[in-house]
Design a protein around this ligand. Structure first.
Ligand SMILES: NC(=O)c1ccc[n+]([C@@H]2O[C@H](COP(=O)([O-])OP(=O)(O)OC[C@H]3O[C@@H](n4cnc5c(N)ncnc54)[C@H](O)[C@@H]3O)[C@@H](O)[C@H]2O)c1
Length: 397
């Protein structure tokens, strides 16, 4: 059982608290910090937290606190991590780790130097569908992964600080791209080095300085491509989709909008149906168990088990740092309109990647390019001559 200090009492702090104290979990939130007394007190009442305060250090340093959960706006992440380091407390932090890689690296180095437990709360790699997909991929069901796309788009975030480029560190790329990049890394292999990024970004709709829409490609050392699609201008709710393509298969995941639960209502008696839903009438797409479907339950189970058992969780500050480095390259590319290198001062994955590109043999003279049965009943093979490289076709029946 862990005693948790919650820093922040807003949107994500409440999702986290719901996940942490629901389903009779033994863990307890033992203190909460918020900017304003009223919100700290309201949160404390809602989640039966015995100590609430407007002083961050006070929430962190109490002896009953085993781990601190940072749920504060992006510009306060570093300050909060450094406060945990000074107090020698284990820490888990929401995404993104930093507003840029330099900030993330300072946090990574500080927690590692202090020797404290650190977890990166990237919930979307812990959704039940993602966990199953990762298992199938690790068994080889998709073969060698060639492309992993992740899309997160919605009509824009819920608090003013997100829309301030300086406080948030950017717009849709830093806010949503951090999820998509880590999802693609998980499918492609977190030990495979991201090399370079090509990104388009624009401010198409909103009256803000930061980008409200972006698409990026991340090229990895094994030749795989990660793709992220992010937007704060998407209409119709929260679209969370992944697609993975490999040499042996394909996988599509819809985590949120279309989960097989659809409802029509005139609007009478409707309230909250799902995060970022834009309408309360007509055809709606409720999400049955958001805490689970967004990965919070499995994420905290991993984090708190790791803390208790003395090992690292699956997602650490190091992952947050790599994500920030990829996003920095995306921002540079959006400006330069060129592929930009991912600058990683610290790289802990593979340094030499062997890619198995064995060509599929057809017989001793030919490689097989393609085999197909057509609508008119012909079974055809397309072959490449091993000696001359010539491409030929044979109709077998
Ligand atoms: N799925 C996810 O993982 C997810 C979803 C949403 C937000 N987040 C992240 O969680 C963090 C907090 O976002 P949120 O949506 O809870 O924001 P929010 O605005 O709803 O809540 C922010 C909280 O921080 C406190 N705070 C303290 N000092 C503040 C200051 N100077 N300015 C503003 N707030 C201050 C506020 O009192 C509030 O309790 C961000 O890093 C965000 O990226 C993660």
């Amino acid at each position: 059982m862990a005693g948790i200090a919650m820093l922040g009492s807003g949107f994500i702090a409440r999702f986290y608290a719901d996940a942490l104290v629901s389903h009779r979990r033994p863990d307890r939130i033992v203190s909460v910090y918020s900017r304003r007394t009223e919100s700290a007190e309201r949160f404390a009442k809602d989640y039966r937290v015995p100590v609430w305060t407007t002083r961050m250090e006070e929430a962190i340093s109490r002896p009953e606190v085993d781990i601190v959960c940072i749920s504060l706006p992006n510009h306060l992440h570093e300050e909060a991590v450094m406060a945990c380091v000074r107090a020698g407390k284990a820490v888990m932090i929401t995404k993104p780790l930093g507003r840029h890689a330099a900030e993330a690296l300072r946090m990574l180095q500080a927690v590692e130097k202090a020797g404290i437990f650190h977890g990166y709360l990237e919930d979307l790699v812990y959704t039940p569908k993602s966990l199953k997909a990762q298992q199938l991929i690790s068994q080889g069901a998709l073969g060698r992964i060639l492309w992993a796309k992740s899309r997160e788009t919605h009509p824009g975030p819920h608090s003013e600080w997100f829309w301030n480029k300086e406080l948030a560190g950017g717009g849709a790329i830093i806010d949503l791209g951090c999820h998509c990049v880590e999802i693609a890394r998980t499918y492609i292999g977190k030990d495979i080095r991201p090399l370079e990024v090509m990104c388009w970004a624009d401010t198409q709709v909103k009256p803000i300085e930061a980008e409200d829409h972006a698409i990026g490609l991340v090229r990895y050392a094994n030749g795989a491509i990660g793709q992220f699609e992010v937007s704060w201008t998407f209409r119709g709710g929260l679209d969370l989709r992944d697609e993975v393509m490999g040499t042996e298969g394909t996988l599509w995941i819809n985590n949120f909008l279309r989960t097989g639960f659809e409802m029509f209502t005139s609007g009478k008696g409707t309230g909250y149906t799902a995060e970022k839903a834009e309408s309360e009438s007509g055809w709606l797409f409720p999400v049955a168990d958001e805490l689970n479907e967004l990965g919070y339950q499995h994420m905290f189970t991993d984090m708190l088990n790791a803390l208790e058992q003395g090992h690292q969780p699956r997602e650490t500050f190091y992952d947050g740092y790599v994500v920030n480095a990829i996003l920095d390259a995306a921002y540079r590319s959006a400006r330069s309109k060129q592929w930009e290198p991912v600058q990683l001062e610290v790289w802990r994955g593979q340094t030499e990647v062997h890619v198995d590109r064995t060509l599929p043999d057809y017989d001793e003279h030919y490689y097989l390019v393609k085999e197909e049965t057509t609508h008119y009943g012909a079974r055809k093979v397309i072959l490449q001559d091993k000696k001359t490289g010539e491409i030929i076709e044979r109709v077998l029946s």
